[in-house]
Design a protein around this ligand. Structure first.
Ligand code: HEC
Ligand code: HEC
Ligand code: HEC
Ligand code: HEC
Ligand code: HEC
Ligand code: HEC
Ligand code: HEC
Length: 412
């Protein structure tokens, strides 16, 4: 009797150990499955690399891919070096950026006494102009008070923050909708202070933001390697002009007011079914970060007169083409060159030098009002530069560019 009881006990213990080990194995090896509201599964861009290697290899260097990432050292632009790692509000209050055991922290000090510390959890922004940082508290997301401004190469007060330290600025799904591919929201739609599932985030504006959740495509093409046409995948090359514009405008169309829950708009959808689209012509003088490239382009003569111009006429979104002004100029010349009558009036006076830069004269750079800081000892603020998408004739810019080109002997 006693013997059989101890056999049962041993058997039970063995069973328990087995069950526990199963649980541990499960949480370690089972991939996190992320689905959108229709239950369509995301495959993750790493899987695309198996069959679209060239596109994947260039895409991971784009501002889109890098626009949100976990806060690893390689993604944070600012410095943690002593002497460069703080922002002082006044003589006694400052925030220092510190590397600690569990990661990177923004630490508030009052007269050198630590008041508060929160960890960098998510980086927002590739850093072209700047980066903001978010931290988790339970399943809520908040913005850290200090931002990195690239033009000044310095830490600074986050834009829109008054001149005091705020650690409790709430991050909404709208912010993530433009800066990430997908985030699983766990709070009910009517809840203002939203919660998210930390494990169900697809960082960056990744492949499946523009091509839709692709699990089915991956499964099909893997099982049918001989089929050379793509199935179960969205290809914007087959969109109408408006569908094409709507995809880009969902994030580059200025402040849109949503009329449906976040993350429901999918590539190929009609934007106005999801947002109250602002159709008033934007003021070309008021461009800024979080501006409206879509509205400005739409107001330009190029867009209004041609029936084909879209964002992807000039932008190859799979590549980082920042700064390649000559390449962009060649794209202008697909419509404005010798064979067509609408060539630049300055073509004769400038000679071949004109071909290298249509951009600075017709899409000038303007200073941002939002991403600007007054550096210690400077009279004028240091600001980020933003490209106007109102393609037009700017006589003052022309004078500046002409004299710069004369000075560097590009024209006579
Ligand atoms: C097992 C191989 C395989 C994987 C993995 C794969 N694809 Fe494809 N995909 C193909 C093939 C084959 C085609 C058809 C030939 C082509 O257009 O390159 C294709 C075509 C496409 C097209 C164009 C469709 C069209 O209508 O012309 C897109 C867009 C696309 N894939 C996106 C993706 C994305 C995004 C991923 C990752 C989530 C992915 N693919 C993963 C094999 C794959
Ligand atoms: C889900 C939102 C989203 C969509 C959709 C989107 N973009 Fe973007 N795009 C962004 C964000 C956010 C940035 C800023 C990235 C950064 O620097 O952090 C950006 C940056 C860019 C840049 C600047 C790149 C650079 O090198 O500085 C270009 C060009 C661009 N997008 C073009 C497009 C085009 C064209 C489309 C449509 C095919 C498009 N985007 C669709 C969110 C989006
Ligand atoms: C409507 C879409 C949209 C929303 C909402 C949005 N952004 Fe952006 N954000 C963009 C785009 C597009 C850019 C690229 C610059 C531009 O065109 O204005 C950008 C640029 C930025 C940059 C500069 C990136 C760089 O590399 O220079 C930061 C930082 C940023 N956003 C943070 C935020 C934060 C934080 C929120 C939420 C509180 C937010 N954005 C909400 C679309 C959006
Ligand atoms: C910002 C949106 C955006 C992102 C992000 C994006 N694509 Fe695309 N993709 C497009 C557009 C727009 C086209 C159509 C281009 C055209 O009109 O020719 C396209 C076309 C394609 C095609 C069809 C073949 C071709 O080159 O025209 C494939 C395959 C593809 N993308 C794969 C990918 C993969 C893989 C990734 C991620 C590594 C990715 N895309 C990321 C917008 C995007
Ligand atoms: C898809 C074709 C297309 C592309 C690409 C294109 N344009 Fe145009 N653009 C036009 C058309 C059509 C007009 C109207 C011409 C007319 O009035 O006869 C125009 C007009 C203009 C004008 C006159 C604007 C005005 O307000 O009078 C300028 C300047 C211009 N384009 C510059 C550019 C530059 C610079 C680029 C490249 C960054 C470019 N375009 C790309 C088609 C295009
Ligand atoms: C140095 C500045 C500068 C550069 C570089 C430049 N443009 Fe212009 N462009 C102008 C000015 C100024 C005008 C208006 C001239 C006038 O009306 O007398 C103009 C006029 C135009 C027009 C309108 C022509 C018309 O008949 O109304 C087009 C189109 C145009 N440019 C396209 C281009 C393209 C394409 C390039 C690059 C190949 C380019 N421009 C390079 C300054 C420039
Ligand atoms: C006629 C050509 C043309 C078209 C069409 C066009 N862009 Fe651009 N875009 C440019 C050029 C040129 C730049 C500057 C590139 C650089 O400086 O590296 C630029 C820069 C940008 C940037 C970076 C902004 C900055 O200030 O550096 C974004 C974002 C962008 N474009 C988005 C879009 C979107 C979205 C559309 C469609 C609504 C669009 N573009 C249509 C030519 C174009």
């Amino acid at each position: 009797m006693r013997q059989s009881r101890s056999i049962i006990t041993v058997a039970l213990i063995v069973l328990c150990i087995f069950l526990i080990s199963q649980c541990i194995n499960k949480s370690n090896t089972e991939p996190v499955i992320i689905t959108n509201k229709n239950g369509e599964q995301f495959a993750g861009s790493a899987t695309c690399a198996n069959c679209h290697k060239n596109i994947y290899d260039t895409h991971i260097h784009t501002a889109h891919y890098l626009t949100s990432q976990p806060a690893l050292e390689k993604y944070i632009k600012g410095s943690f070096e002593t002497g460069k790692n703080f922002y002082a509000y006044n003589g006694s209050v400052l925030i220092a950026m510190e590397k600690r055991d569990r990661g990177f922290y923004q630490v508030e000090y009052y007269r050198e006494n630590e008041q508060k510390a929160h960890r960098f959890d998510i980086v927002i922004g590739s850093g072209t102009m700047g980066q903001s940082y978010l931290y988790w508290q339970d399943n809520y997301l908040y913005q850290l008070p200090i931002t990195y401004f690239t033009a000044a190469k310095a830490w600074s007060n986050s834009p829109g923050f008054p001149d005091r330290i705020i650690f409790n600025r709430i991050i909404t799904s709208r912010c993530l909708e433009c800066h990430a591919t997908y985030v699983n929201k766990t709070s009910p739609p009517e809840e203002q202070h939203e919660t998210f599932d930390r494990d169900k985030i697809i960082y960056g504006v990744d492949c499946e933001k523009c091509h839709g959740p692709a699990e089915k495509h991956v499964e099909f093409q893997t099982q049918n390697p001989k089929i050379t046409i793509g199935k179960y995948i969205i290809n914007p090359a087959k969109f109408t002009r408006q569908q094409n514009m709507d995809l880009c405008a969902s994030c580059h169309g200025g402040r849109l007011q949503k009329i449906k829950p976040s993350f429901e708009f999918t590539s190929g959808d009609k934007l106005s079914d999801y947002f109250a689209v602002d159709t008033s012509a934007p003021d070309p003088k008021k461009i800024d970060v979080h501006g409206n490239q879509y509205g400005l382009l739409r107001a330009s003569k190029c867009y209004r007169t041609s029936n084909t111009l879209t964002c992807t006429t000039c932008h190859n979104t799979h590549e980082n083409e920042k700064g390649k002004i000559e390449l962009f100029s060649q794209r202008c010349m697909t419509c404005h060159s010798g064979g067509h009558n609408n060539v630049c009036k300055l073509t004769k006076t400038m000679g071949s030098a004109i071909n290298t830069n249509c951009i600075d004269c017709h899409m000038p750079l303007k200073y941002s009002n939002v991403i600007a800081v007054q550096l210690h000892g400077d009279l004028a603020p240091t600001a980020a530069l933003i490209r106007s998408h109102f393609i037009s004739i700017y006589p003052d810019e022309t004078k500046k560019i002409m004299s710069a080109m004369k000075n560097s002997n590009q024209i006579h």
